[in-house]
Design a binder for this molecule. Structure first.
Ligand code: NAD
Ligand code: UDP
Ligand code: UDP
Length: 343
């Protein structure tokens, strides 16, 4: 019953094609912080399907129970309303630490809270890992590279980050979280893993989170103009969520600390992205230019050689293949039309 219900609408279980590594039978006790969010809920689907017991900790700032409702009633699944800024006692084998708003609009909403989540929240989860001997995985970000002066970005690049800007609560917060993670590893022997995640999209993203893919898709579906910030020549590299989840699980199960870039090297300007959205949803969608936000990185593209070599991982869902899967989910959530489930 649980398996059948686990693959609910918006799940990406099969999007990657081949049977993924992480689907091997396991019986571990795993905490996923931020598990009610976009990435976390897809990760939980995979862990539950593999046979693990999963505890989700989430304060529901940007996460939603709807993302996990198909696991309610499964004795191997537990959802705890908890803010990671507060300590908690649990007995587990692994900790996937995702709790933190990811969209610039969300993380700038209460910047001090974002820093606390990244610093105190990460400290608490590392303290938990230390107490019970669990393996800890941090979901860091490509934003640690700031407005990069090296292109594409390799893990050896230290970044170009403004410490006092409007994005600092997030990028400096994650940089500190990486520092804490490495200090618990070096100083206390905690088993850790660090992923640097590049822009990821897919079903279950918050519809109005202000990120570019969710904005463009929602705008095209609602017959509103696509809002391109600045001149639209800045670039990002967009990864489909099932590729990311596969990478996170390989990283957790593998023997390397990292950091590892997890992203799709396919690089697009925002104008090119708008074109893909037009091609996918509505060729007549208009484009409207808006002023860009402060400290917006000009370009971003992962060098994934390290993950390829040491984790045997690379993404296999292109933007043109992944976007329609997200569009079907958004269409369903915006218009509630069951016929759109079929796509
Ligand atoms: P999301 O906003 O959908 O999910 C974050 C989850 O964390 C939400 O469920 C939210 O309610 C929860 N949360 C936030 N603060 C919390 C707190 N103090 N205590 C408990 N729960 C809290 O974002 P996402 O896209 O799923 O991102 C997940 C992780 O991946 C984040 O750490 C993010 O920084 C990282 N990341 C994501 C991307 C991306 O493009 N999606 C890129 C780089 C890094
Ligand atoms: N912590 C937690 N759960 C645990 C163990 C620790 O939330 O099971 C928190 C603890 O409250 C502390 C943080 O993690 O704030 C760091 O813990 P650690 O033991 O490393 O440091 P200390 O408590 O000695 O400062
Ligand atoms: N952007 C845009 N239109 C939007 C939202 C964002 O052109 O409606 C741009 C934004 O200025 C940035 C890029 O898209 O250059 C990616 O923004 P997003 O907030 O998705 O993620 P970021 O990579 O900046 O964290």
């Amino acid at each position: 019953l649980y398996e059948a219900r686990g693959v609910g609408f918006g799940s990406v279980m099969s999007a990657g094609g081949k049977v993924p590594l992480g689907l091997k039978k396991k019986n571990q006790r795993i905490v996923v912080t931020g598990g009610a969010g976009f990435v976390g809920s897809h990760l939980v689907d995979r862990l539950i399907a593999r046979g693990d017991s999963v505890i989700v900790l989430d304060n529901f700032f940007t996460g939603r129970k709807e993302n996990l409702v198909h696991h309610f009633g499964n004795p191997k699944f537990e959802l705890i309303r908890h803010d990671v800024v507060e300590p908690i006692l649990l007995e587990v084998d692994q900790i996937y630490h995702l709790a933190c708003p990811a969209s610039p609009v969300h993380y700038k909403f209460n910047p001090v809270k974002t820093i606390k989540t990244n610093v105190v929240g990460t400290l608490n989860m590392l303290g938990l890992a230390k107490r019970v001997g669990a393996r800890f995985l941090l979901t860091s970000t490509s934003e640690v590279y700031g407005d990069p002066l090296q292109h594409p970005q390799a893990e050896s690049y230290w970044g170009n980050v403004n410490p006092i800007g409007v994005r600092s609560c997030y990028d400096e917060g994650k940089r500190t979280a990486e520092t804490l993670t490495m200090d618990y590893h070096r100083g206390l022997g905690i088993e850790v893993r660090i992923a640097r995640i590049f822009n990821t999209y897919g079903p279950r993203m918050c519809i109005d989170d202000g990120r570019v893919v969710s904005n463009f898709v929602a705008q095209a579906l609602r017959k509103e103009p696509l809002t391109v910030y600045g001149d639209g020549k800045q670039t990002r590299s967009f990864q489909y969520v099932s590729d990311l989840v596969e990478g996170l699980m390989r990283l957790m199960e593998g023997n390397h600390v990292g950091p590892f870039n997890l992203g799709n090297p396919g690089e697009f300007t925002m104008l090119e992205l708008a074109q893909v959205v037009q091609d996918t949803i509505d060729p007549n969608a208009k484009i409207e230019f808006r002023p860009n936000t402060e400290d917006d990185p000009h370009k971003r593209k992962p060098d994934i050689s390290k993950a390829k070599e040491l984790l045997g991982w690379e993404p296999n869902v292109s933007l043109r293949k992944g976007l329609p899967l997200m569009v079907a989910d958004f269409r369903h959530r915006i218009f509630g039309d069951p016929r759109d489930n079929q796509g």
